[in-house]
Design a protein around this ligand. Structure first.
Ligand code: NAD
Length: 421
């Protein structure tokens, strides 16, 4: 190596050596930090309560692991269903021997039970640091006209009252100080959903409940001003958990699982641990300046307007495809996908009142199809691939009245309107 090259390396080495970049030398102030090291245990010594933690595939269980792995002193795993809680406890203790794990079976919307669990944490440890209010149910996947007020309120009770109670009892407990916790404060994290941000990602009661969860988080955050207690919501998109398992199983059974999640920019569904990582951050002091927020963890789904990947084939290709399906008498499969069959025809012909009507397999005959394309629609339950079909105008008019007649019949027979889109 030439002398010149050696000199340059030595000069670079000096520039990069710790002494030449020290704060004192440079006059640059140190970075002000509220939280401890981000590389170390991120919730060291904290006491944490998690509801909805029984489900083996669930966000609650995955979060318990993240908190335990990151140095929590104690984790309470709670659920109204206790089937797997003991197994989860044993697993957590085996993986993270430093943590104390308590299991509790109660309804997260039961006020006395929520108060009792918070009291238990305070009596046992003198502190509560994180309450992850995660328990939730979807309710029936029915259109809103098909459920009654009691059913609507049941979903709200589990999903919203539970979060309200968590905030109500956890917040004062989090403000308690001790020699070990000289400053009061803590983090309440509630599981909302992308369904709470905008429509078309879940049934009405579920979506309304999740919007309410976000509102509870926002209003509580303000009412807790100055206490050091933060309240945030996470809004998962489509995550494979116990709640959505049937959707994933059905997709696997029909070989369409690769289509799940295709409508978000990540082009896939999420897993529980991906939500748990966000919950860990929000629960930790690293999120000390994140308050009153609704964070989507959805692969980007809620970042844009709903869109469809329209895979256009040539008219001839699609005609051949659908005629082939009809010929092979696989109409059941076809009709399953034809719920929105007239939507495109509606645009083309100006016919209205067509959209809500299901088209039965008997209505489509060989040769009726003028144009067909495939379109994806997605909601929290998974994506639905549909074939949209444009028919010639005469045929569309005929099908509309046929469908209307069918719906009216259904109304008379059942005493209720068939509004299933
Ligand atoms: N999976 C998704 O795609 C998705 C998307 C958005 C939001 N979420 C929300 O995530 C949260 C966790 O659900 P998950 O996806 O892990 O589903 P999951 O079904 O795997 O877990 C939910 C857990 O909540 C428990 N639970 C239900 N009602 C309860 C009650 N009243 N009291 C106590 N426990 C109760 C269940 O027993 C279950 O163990 C829910 O609030 C859900 O609405 C899920």
């Amino acid at each position: 190596m030439s002398d010149k090259a050696m000199d340059r390396i030595q000069a670079l080495g000096k520039q990069l050596s710790p002494s030449s970049t020290s704060v004192e030398d440079s006059g640059i102030p140190p970075i002000k930090k509220v939280a401890g090291k981000s590389a170390g245990p991120r919730v060291g010594g904290k006491v944490i309560i998690i509801t909805g933690a029984n489900s083996p595939l669930g966000i609650g269980r995955a979060s318990a692991h993240q908190f335990a792995e990151n140095g929590a002193r104690a984790v309470y795993i709670c659920d109204r269903d206790g089937t797997h809680l003991e197994a989860h406890r044993r697993e957590l203790l085996a993986l993270y021997p430093g943590v104390e794990v308590h299991t509790r079976e109660f309804d997260a919307a039961d006020e006395a039970a929520v108060r009792a669990i918070v009291d238990d944490a305070v009596q046992r440890y003198g502190r509560l640091d994180v309450f992850f209010a995660n328990a939730g149910v979807t309710g029936r996947p029915a259109v809103f006209t098909d459920i009654d007020g009691a059913e609507f309120l049941r979903v709200l009770d589990t999903n919203v009252t539970s979060v309200f109670l968590a905030a109500k009892y956890a917040a004062p407990a989090m403000t308690k100080t001790s020699p070990e916790k000289p400053e009061g404060g803590g983090s309440i994290v509630a599981t909302a959903s992308v369904a709470g941000l905008r429509s078309n990602a879940g049934p009405t009661a579920y979506s309304a409940s999740k919007a309410a969860v976000i509102s509870v988080a926002q209003t509580a955050a303000f009412q807790l001003a100055g206490t050091g207690v933060r309240v945030n919501a996470v809004c998962p998109g489509l995550i494979e958990t116990g709640m959505t398992a049937p959707t994933f199983e059905a997709a696997r059974a029909r070989g369409t699982e690769r289509r799940i999640g295709q409508l978000n920019p990540a082009r896939r569904a999420g897993c529980a641990d991906e939500v748990a990582r966000a919950v860990l951050f929000l629960g930790s002091d690293e999120a000390s300046y994140v308050n009153g927020q609704a964070w989507a963890v959805d692969g980007g789904l809620s970042a844009g307007h709903p869109f469809s990947w329209i895979k256009r084939k040539s008219r001839e290709e699609w005609r051949a495809h659908i005629e082939d399906a009809l010929e092979k008498k696989s109409r059941n499969e076809l009709s399953r996908r034809l719920q929105y069959i007239l939507r495109s025809t509606e645009d083309r012909t100006g016919l209205d009142d067509v959209y809500p009507y299901n088209i039965s397999e008997d209505m489509l005959q060989e040769g009726d199809v003028a144009e067909v394309w495939e379109e994806d629609h997605e909601n929290e339950d998974g994506d639905e691939d549909e074939i949209e079909v444009a028919l010639d105008e005469d045929k569309a008019v005929g099908m509309e009245s046929q469908a209307k007649a069918g719906n009216e019949k259904a109304t008379n027979e059942n005493g209720e309107r068939n509004t299933n889109p």
